[in-house]
Structure formats: C-alpha cells, structure tokens
Design a protein around this ligand. Structure first.
Ligand SMILES: Nc1ncnc2c1ncn2[C@@H]1O[C@H](COP(=O)(O)OP(=O)(O)O)[C@@H](O)[C@H]1O
Ligand SMILES: [Mg+2]
Length: 257
C-alpha cells in the first residue's frame, strides 16, 4: 500500500442546520518523498483535505491511512506550516525554533544545537536573538520552516504558506523549500491556489474544484527541478491545469504529459 492512502474520503459540515459537503469521494495515493500540491480555487476543500490527512479535523467518510495506520488525530511525525507563521512574538527567533523540541525529553544544550542547525538551513543564523516583529514576512516564514524542520517530521504540511508574501519573496522561498526538500527528503503536502506556484514546486498536482469540493484530476509534472518559469514546457503544464479546471466531467482524470 502507498505511504499515504486516501480512499473515498469525504467531509460534511453542518451549515445553518443543513449538511454541506466540503469534500467528496477523494481517492489518492501518495508515496514517501513526493512533493504534492493541492491546487484549486478558494472553497474547493484544500484545507479540509489537508486537515484530514494531518489529523486536525478528521474526514467523516471513507478512510485515510499513513504507513498503514488510520489517521485518528495529529501525529508527532507530522508538522504543519500556515500562512500566518504562528510565531510567538515574545520569544526570540532561536526560542521560537526550539519550541517544538521542548515537549521532547532533550537537554537544553542539544535543543539549542538543533535549533541553530535549522536556522542555518534557512539562512537566518545571524538573527537568532531577534524577535519576530524585527523580521520581514519572508524571514518570519523561514523561522516557521526552521521550527517545523527541527522536530524532524516525516511529512510537512503547508497550507498556503507563502500566501501573505510579495511575489519576489515568494519565488525566493519556493527555491528554499525545494532545496530543503532535496536535502532533507521529506514528504510535502502543499496547498496553494496559485497555478504557477504548483507547477514550479510539485512532483504531482492534485487539481480540485468546488461545490462539492472534489479532485478533478492529478497531473504529474514532467519537469526537473529547478524549473524555468518562462520555458515552453512550463507553460504547457500550466495550460493543462487551466484545461483541467475548466473541464466539465464527473470523472477524476490521471493526466500525463
Ligand atoms: N468548520 C467548518 N464548518 C462549516 N463549513 C466549513 C468548515 N470548514 C470549511 N467549511 C466549508 O467547506 C468548504 C471548503 O473549505 P476549505 O477546505 O477551507 O477550502 P479551501 O481551503 O480550498 O479554500 C468551504 O465552502 C467552507 O465554507
Ligand atoms: Mg484553505
């Protein structure tokens, strides 16, 4: 069985006393080490699916397993990075990175050592004594990435992590995350509504559409990292995604280019 196995997964919420289907019939298999982007317009169930896999808010139809185990709640093998960084303003950068390690039985010296190592990975080693408000948005998100990596998770969930950043900072962080992925060999589930971001980052793109939220197609990106955003091949993949998003079909399509 695949590392992450999602079978007929769905989620309904009660909205004003009525059942609302946020996610319907998702079937998806993800292998270890894959970079998966969940892509689609706002409200198509990306966060709902991510929260179901991460165990924050379980699906109420079908099943999701990781390594053969049914997801029943958040696991210490996973970590999630959100758009708003989630840093504690009263803690220094170093202390923020140490945060996840504090619940582990580890002496202070070792904790500091690991936190420093990951600050180096995100190139913020000279800012360990700064406070979050003294850093730019991009730097704050790099602190959040360092904090996530410090606990050595197997899966990194990222829910529109670069959504609040300007385009140039965003491109820079996209390269950083690809670098990290290559060196640290994580499985990454990355939510975005930005088609170019998905084409730039993903091994496979899960294209989703709303009402009800469902997977329209899964597209394997046939390009090597680091990708040239202006190349013909890049634009071709982007066009295929537009096509998928606009396609009127009930079936889920496996797309290869
Ligand atoms: N806790 C909730 N209660 C009721 N409806 C919800 C809840 N969470 C999400 N929804 C609805 O489910 C749909 C999918 O939401 P979400 O997964 O957040 O979409 P996305 O992340 O793709 O923007 C939306 O229509 C949203 O209003
Ligand atoms: Mg969302």
């Amino acid at each position: 069985m695949s590392y992450i196995h999602i079978e007929n997964a769905g989620k309904t919420f009660l909205q004003n006393g009525e059942e609302f289907t946020a996610l319907a019939d998702v079937n998806l298999d993800i292998e270890k080490g894959e970079f998966i982007c969940l892509l689609g317009p706002s409200g198509c169930g990306k966060s709902t699916l991510l929260n179901g896999i991460a165990g924050f808010d379980l699906v109420n139809k079908g099943s999701i397993t990781i390594d053969g185990e049914e997801v029943k709640g958040p696991s210490t093998n996973n970590v999630t990075i959100f758009q708003n960084y989630g840093l504690l303003p009263w803690r220094t950068v170093l202390k923020n990175v140490e945060l996840g390690l504090e619940s582990q039985n580890m002496d202070k010296k070792k904790r500091k050592e690991i936190a420093r190592k990951y600050l180096q990975v995100v190139k913020l080693e000279n800012f360990e004594n700064s406070f979050p408000h003294q850093l730019s948005g991009g730097m704050q998100q790099r602190v959040a990435i360092a904090r996530a990596l410090a606990v050595n998770p197997e899966i990194l969930f990222m829910d529109e992590p670069f959504g609040a950043l300007d385009a140039i900072t965003r491109m820079k962080l996209q390269d950083d995350i690809l670098d990290i992925c290559k060196n640290e060999k994580k499985t990454i589930i990355f939510v975005t509504h930005d088609i170019e971001e998905a084409v730039y980052l993903a091994d496979r793109i899960v294209v989703m559409t709303p009402n009800p939220g469902k997977v329209k197609g899964v597209l394997t990106v046939p390009l090597h990292h680091f990708r040239d955003r202006t190349s013909g091949d890049f634009l071709l993949v982007r066009d295929k995604i537009f096509e998928l998003l606009n396609m009127k079909t009930e079936e889920t399509i496996e797309y290869q280019i």
